[in-house]
Design a protein around this ligand. Structure first.
Ligand SMILES: Cc1ncc(COP(=O)(O)O)c(C=O)c1O
Length: 360
């Protein structure tokens, strides 16, 4: 077997231990003679998986009891619509912080359902900073405040939780969830597509404070309400059982690694050493302000973009895959989620230094 180091932004690398366990489980899961994909979601065996996954993620993130944990479909993009559908009435105003491509998309979708006030916007620096909180232009009676704790494309991360002042705080944590401890009690709704730090694509984690479960619009389709999923244990209809099972294995794996605090320490170390190599060279650069650089997605450009294709070709030959930056930013992007080992980051750093020597 030869595994590469996969720096994809998502779907992203999964822990090898989890993949091996899935391979072992598939033909004959739990001695059932069937795979987990072939059993009823309402049967005892799968219900146990579902409940354990929920409990494990509750333990990992220390989710308070007055929050529901939902396993939905539709990805984070559907949450761009579900948040306003579940938390606003027609004519309400919501506050959004625009710090990159994903918050911009969230704003465009929310604008279809209510009035969006862009409370802060960093497009003037090409999304390379986070406007200081005291400059945010908030609405007096906003139905909620939405932000994107980690912008996957720009590599911009909030290293603080905004002060929402009593308004429900809604966060798209798709590319940062489970990477560091968070105080869930500061949030009204947290949502995250799975395909970075949770598991395979196809399942979406939503954590919602229970007092917000009754605000949905009367005409919202059942499957677009948090309430229906909270009331049914996320079994309103057939859930994505395989993805739920695999997410459960990732949660188990994270617990075995010592939990989120232990994982965060490694994540910070991985990111710090990669940024240091970039900052110490004048061959590579990262445009993001130092106080908001992402631990998960590290974009960087080469001084001479004419070398991009060579960099990508040689890095791929060295087993360092999917380093091409997003088309809107150019250059490179190394996504170094929980499952990217420190060895992988060290290998990337070694390659970058050799490449600079040869071409700088
Ligand atoms: C921060 C963020 N939000 C939303 C999305 C969209 O997620 P999905 O494809 O699950 O809808 C992504 C995908 O990469 C993302 O990184």
């Amino acid at each position: 077997m030869s595994r590469v180091y996969n720096f994809s932004a998502g779907p992203a690398v999964l822990p090898l231990e989890v993949l091996e366990r899935i391979r072992e489980d598939i033909p004959d899961w739990n001695g059932s003679g069937m795979s987990v994909m072939e059993v009823s979601h309402r049967g005892k065996a799968f219900m146990a998986v579902a409940e354990k996954a929920e409990q494990d993620v509750r333990d990992l993130l220390a989710i308070p009891d007055d929050y529901s944990v939902l396993f939905l479909q539709g990805g984070a993009t559907l949450q761009f619509a579900m948040a306003p559908l579940n938390l606003t009435r027609v004519g309400d105003t919501v506050d959004y912080v625009q710090t990159g491509s994903w918050s911009r998309k969230a704003i465009a979708e929310a604008s279809r359902f209510c009035d969006v006030n862009i409370a802060a916007d960093s497009s003037d620096t090409n999304f390379c900073h986070i406007p200081p909180e005291h400059e945010w232009q908030r609405t007096a009676n906003a139905a909620y405040l939405h932000y994107t704790p980690n912008e996957t494309i720009g590599g911009v991360e909030f290293h603080f939780i905004p002060e929402s002042g009593g308004v429900p705080l809604v966060a798209d944590m798709s590319s940062t969830i489970l990477s560091r401890p968070i105080d869930v009690s500061r949030f009204g709704v947290i949502y995250a597509g799975a395909q970075k730090n949770i598991g395979p694509a196809g399942i979406t984690l939503v954590i919602v404070r229970n007092d917000l479960l009754d605000r949905q619009r009367a005409d919202a389709p059942t499957l677009l309400t948090y309430k229906a999923f909270a009331d049914s244990g996320s079994m309103t209809n057939t859930p994505p059982t395989f993805a739920w099972y695999a997410a459960g294995l990732v949660f188990e794996h994270l617990k075995a690694r010592g939990g989120i605090a232990a994982v965060a320490e490694i994540n910070e170390r991985k990111a710090t050493k990669l940024y240091k190599v970039i900052d110490d060279s004048d061959f590579y650069s990262n445009p993001v302000q130092a106080n908001c650089r992402s631990w998960m997605n590290v974009p960087f450009v080469l001084r001479d973009s004419g070398l991009d294709a060579k960099f990508l070709g040689e890095s791929a030959s060295a087993g360092l895959m999917n380093l091409k930056g997003h088309r809107s930013v150019g250059g490179m992007r190394a996504s170094i989620y929980n499952a990217m080992t420190e060895d992988g980051v060290d290998a990337l750093i070694g390659f970058m230094q050799e490449f600079e020597k040869a071409n700088g």
